[in-house]
Design a protein around this ligand. Structure first.
Ligand code: SF4
Ligand code: SF4
Length: 663
């Protein structure tokens, strides 16, 4: 009972912080109901089994850690369910209220052993006995592996806190004690082998300790009491330790990841903590497991743990607890604000490549949370001042480079054959949204120049928005200034609607992803690779052959963020003579080029270092050229290659398609 009281106090402290965050009661209720009563429930069941229980994500990463997790993930629910089922069936508890039975469930064997008189067990009792010891042994093995990894092999990246040591000891200690309790009960009540053998671990243990000749009956009750104390301490400690608390938050995170974004709209409540309740729960789910460290391109360059997701989340969580928990509520943030200033740049030392999100065993949408934490830092006023300059430029001239808006379609003038309307029609079936980088950077103007020719040759009724096109808003969203990006998003949507378009196509994955995420509209949204693939399938594009060996770089916002991996590969494979060799890390594992997440603005040196690593990986394939499907990737790779004088051919897929097209 004491454990339960301490648990509820800790739970209240946690919920207090969530309560101070952004949420809207009815939006949340609608979100929960619309998820529960939709097809998403099957997705939830699938990920619960494959990712939650069978730990699919860990299997490819670290087999020992996978085994540890699977043993614990099966053992704990197994023993809890078996214990509760058995208590419900035991005659000793008939008539007891459910709450009492709930608390006695972990000790059901104590009561069972005390009263058993039979010389054999019923099938159900035998199955319960076997399952208790089987699940218990699984948990114990899992805990032993955890201890080995952390303390013997030192396979963990982050330091182990004293709280984590206590948590591991309580988890493992309770099961060791439990087996001793069962063994002493077997000896105390002289259970016949025909009965005791089903508790196969405890029975074996009883055989080992029996020769010690200790007063088992005197030890039995104190041992079960000690086991009760361990369990109470374990329960009480859950809300106070991240490793234990994430047992509760992980299923919640799995569920809220499936909920619609609108469910986490801030609502009209006056909010003091500028982070959504989704972000706060996700932040609490990080157990500093270290999976996101070695795969992070920024970490491989800087070796700074505090800029990885695990490191940064830990610092931020600690700040939020102090500044927005009960002490902060009564005393204000005080000196904690200065601590926040110290790591104001950290959230921006990230390309938002999303690679960490693919390996995170806590199912944290790391990219989403990183952007949310940037919004938090902006609200707190602790962020790189350069972000203000970016926002001001975008608000003034609606493009990231600061050039006049009317210069946006200047790339058209370099084309040899241009229709009278200069690709700007009053009405068209399809709008080609060009994007800032391809419109303004000389290095990437070949992308729109190629794409309009492809569309023209394929007979597509399309238009561009010209000077009426504004930045898609992604650079501002990535900077943590989502609210300020809203005007640009709405402007673009209106302009596309004015054209009466049925579809919109983007050659830039970030623009494409922003529209996909943001707009539920009748207008069909395509990336250029999807659109070209459609044109090939419709027979509107055909190719001449030329022997070329190419490799393909998956842009982060097209691959990991939007799940488009196959369309570009299918296009390349449709061109006769093209041999596609994959990069060492491709598709979901593709290494970022360094061009995303506004990193180039904050730390151009790091962005260039990432591009250099990418170029080395491309070179290692022996391909004649690298093809990508993103203007920013092409610009980042080529800029670094030129600076470092590395000979490399990098081409957007639109250019490559045009070069190989018939006609
Ligand atoms: S963010 Fe995920 S992968 Fe990274 S340390 Fe936290 S739990 Fe582990
Ligand atoms: S999104 Fe990419 S760069 Fe950012 S922390 Fe994750 S792996 Fe590192």
């Amino acid at each position: 009972m004491l454990g339960a009281i301490l648990f509820f106090i800790g739970l209240t402290l946690r919920l207090f912080i969530y309560w101070r965050g952004q949420w809207d009661f009815w939006a949340l209720v609608r979100g929960v109901l619309s998820t529960l009563f939709s097809q998403k429930i099957w997705e939830l069941i699938k990920i619960t089994v494959l990712d939650g229980i069978l730990q699919r994500r860990l299997f490819g990463q670290d087999k020992l850690r996978w085994l540890m997790k699977v043993l614990i993930m099966i053992g704990y629910p197994g023993i809890l369910i078996a214990g509760h089922l058995k208590v419900e069936m035991m005659s000793q508890f008939a008539g007891f209220p459910h709450l009492i039975r709930f608390f006695y469930a972990p000790f059901c064997d104590f009561y069972y052993f005390r009263d058993v008189t039979a010389s054999s067990l019923s099938i159900s009792d035998a199955l319960f006995a076997i399952s208790f010891d089987l699940f218990g042994a699984m948990i114990l093995m899992g805990e032993l592996i955890a201890i080995y990894r952390r303390f013997v092999a030192k396979m963990v990246t982050f330091e182990t806190s004293s709280g984590d040591i206590l948590a591991v000891n309580l988890l493992g200690g309770w099961f060791i004690l439990r087996f001793f309790c069962e063994a002493t009960s077997i000896l105390t009540y002289s259970l016949p082998t025909s009965v005791a053998q089903y508790w196969f671990v405890s029975f074996g243990l009883s055989k080992i300790i029996a020769p010690l000749g200790l007063p088992w009956s005197s030890l039995n009750y104190p041992l079960w009491s000690l086991s009760g104390l361990f369990l109470a301490a374990l329960v009480a400690f859950i809300p106070y330790n991240k490793k234990l608390w994430h047992i509760i938050t992980i299923p919640v995170v799995m569920f809220i990841n499936l909920m619609p974004k609108e469910a986490f709209a801030p609502g009209s409540r006056k909010v003091s903590l500028p982070l959504s309740v989704k972000g706060l729960i996700a932040l609490d789910s990080c157990v500093k497991c270290g999976s996101c460290v070695d795969i992070c391109p920024l970490y491989t360059q800087t070796k700074q743990l505090e800029i990885t997701m695990g490191g940064f989340f830990t610092n931020l969580r600690s700040f939020i607890r102090k500044a927005y928990g009960l002490p902060g509520f009564f005393l204000g943030p005080g000196k904690n604000k200065e601590i926040l200033k110290e790591y104001s740049e950290h959230p921006y030392l990230c390309t938002l490549c999303g690679r960490c999100g693919t390996v995170c065993p806590a199912f944290i949408d790391t990219k989403d949370l990183r952007i949310a934490t940037r919004e938090f830092m902006v609200e707190e006023g602790e962020y790189p001042p350069l972000m203000n300059r970016l926002a001001e430029t975008l608000e003034k001239v609606h493009n990231i480079v600061g050039d006049p808006p009317e210069d946006r379609p200047m790339w058209v003038q370099a084309l040899s054959r241009v229709p009278e309307h200069m690709f700007q029609k009053e009405k068209a079936k399809v709008v080609y949204f060009v994007g800032c980088v391809a419109s303004y950077f000389p290095m990437t103007k070949r992308i729109p120049q190629s794409f309009v020719q492809i569309l023209d040759k394929a007979g597509v009724d399309f238009t561009i928005l010209g000077g009426e096109e504004w930045c898609c808003g992604f650079p501002m969203i990535a900077a943590g200034m989502k609210k300020r990006a809203e005007v640009m998003l709405q402007h673009n949507l209106e302009k596309v609607k004015e054209k009466g378009a049925e579809g919109i196509v983007f050659a830039c994955p970030s623009c494409y992803h922003t529209w996909k995420e943001r707009f539920k509209t009748e207008i069909e949204i395509f990336h250029s690779t999807q659109f070209i693939k459609k044109l090939i399938d419709e027979g509107k594009i055909s190719f001449k052959g030329k022997t070329t060996k190419v490799t393909y770089h998956d842009p982060c916002d097209l691959g990991r963020a939007s799940g488009v991996y196959e369309a570009p590969r299918q296009i390349l494979q449709a061109i006769p003579g093209v041999e596609l060799v994959e990069l060492e890390r491709n598709r979901e594992e593709c290494r970022c080029c360094g061009g995303g997440g506004d990193l180039e603005m904050v730390r151009p040196d790091l962005s260039a270092a990432l591009a250099e690593t990418k170029i080395e990986e491309i070179k290692a394939t022996g391909a004649d050229m690298v093809i990508s499907a993103c203007q920013q990737c092409i610009r980042t790779i080529l800029t670094t290659a030129r600076k470092k004088k590395i000979p490399i051919v990098a081409m957007d897929i639109t250019e490559f398609v045009l070069k190989n097209m018939v006609g």
